[in-house]
Design a protein. Sequence first.
Length: 596
Amino acid sequence: MIASLRGCLSLLLELWRVDRRRLLVSLVLMIGNALALPLSALALGALVDAAVARDTNDAVTAAAAVAVLTIAALTLGHFAHIVYFELGELNTLNLERQLVDLSNGSIGLDHHERPDYADRFQVLRQEIPRMGWSSTTALMSGVSLSVGIVITAVLLARVNPWLLLLPLAAVPPVLLGRSAEAVLERCRVDTAHLRRRALHLFKLSVDPGAGKELRVSGVQSELRRRHLALWNEVSDRQWRAELRAAALRTAGLLTFGLGYGAGTLLVVHDAVAGRRSIGAVVLAITLAVQVNQQVVVAVSLLQQLQRTGSALENLRWARKLVGAGPRPVADAEVPQRIEQGIRLRGVTFRYPSSDTAVLSDVDLLLPAGSTVAILGENGAGKSTLVKLLCRFYEPAEGAIEIDGTDLRRIPAESWRRHVAAGFQDFARLEFLARETVGVGDLPRIASTAEVTVALERARGADVIDRMPSGLESPLGLSQPRDGVELSGGQWQKLALGRAMMRTTPLLLVLDEPTASLDAESEHQLFTEYATAARRIAGQTGGITLLVSHRFSTAINADLILVVEGGRVAESGDHQQLMAAGGLYAELYGLQAEAYR
């Protein structure tokens, strides 16, 4: 009950922030609707007494009151629905925006690595569409119901004080209904991981990119089997939970039915004994029927409001998680130029969901103005090092310094404005082609000239040349019409164009930037990168960081770091490492042999 009340209050506050005018209009109309029903029963009782007494004037007045109140009961709720339906739609957008902020608005990515966050986030994704008009409807109906219950109780007390016990008969169904919803909520949480896995298989099955591999490997039937098995398990658990919930609700309603029957017999007995008028009997029976309806509605509403409360509690939990953790004192500014370099001192890092260190006690200096290549096999820790330098995560131990200043003292947003990056798992932004590239430097997103130059640096101008409307071509199948679908290599060239939009970064990160490109495009890109690195070094002392598992890309780098098992196994330039005859020389020789 407390969770439901807390959920109601939270939802009211959300709706107040969304549109207070619509909220107030809805509440006034719903309260008027709540008053109309029990008052119409009172007027109906007066009408019966007037008819029995053959009092025409009172009968006409009571009949008019019954008509007006009945019309009000039938129409006020309808007009309120129009208003709060719009309010609920606005609240859906509000909650979706909060969910986007939770997912992407944090400084780091720590929460994305937590299974408990993933489970609650999955529940929220399912619940938020329902928390718009459905939860708003439940809230407004709850307000109306509460007012109606109070008025009904007062009128019942006027007939016979013992009838005040009738609403108490609603307590068991309400409590048992709450228990029923708790059973269903536990089932939703317990099956969230199964739903996530089933959703992953569904997305994999309908993804055009994965479709080629699925057909070649003939794995479609296996995916369908696993998808069906997951949903069968979810459905089986859900069915058992629904049966338990139905049993609890049925027991509650039967309890109320006994109380309802006893109350009706009491009033009829008073009328037979001459202690109550016929109108009082009609009033009591009508109110008892309303109480019955109120109980049924209350049980249903309580389930919805309890579900809403649970969802909002998940939202509060996720918001607290994302905002948790120590906040370093950001009292330093980003330097205009790097004079010495970026140094890692004893850096150790492990992901939140694991106790295993991905990087262990890393000590190294990335000199100002240098081009640094980070090489190593998959899972060696290359991309993790990049994530730390981009401030997606903070080191568990040690520090990262820029010209002697701990990077944590610089606001993460300010630091990232001086970082340009192209990642292997790049985003496919289905905007206009100009916007898809231009978002790499938002202040210049509208500059066709700047976007064109960035694409030329990324060797991606040929992609635009093939489009029907050039840079103004809409991209992707999500466009309303004429969306251009691109190959993986073309999408990657546009992503590299985004990385080239910032012309004077302090850190240029290229994380496996040529994974989807052919050998010729790769060679052209590395030539362009070398030119960009020299330009950046001369202007800002900026550092170009090239991450790859292809050793041939590192020949011209000023510094080569070979990462193995979360540690920097070797460092130096190409000649030094080849002369040392270590891991770099061995792997370089193996890769070179493979290309002969």
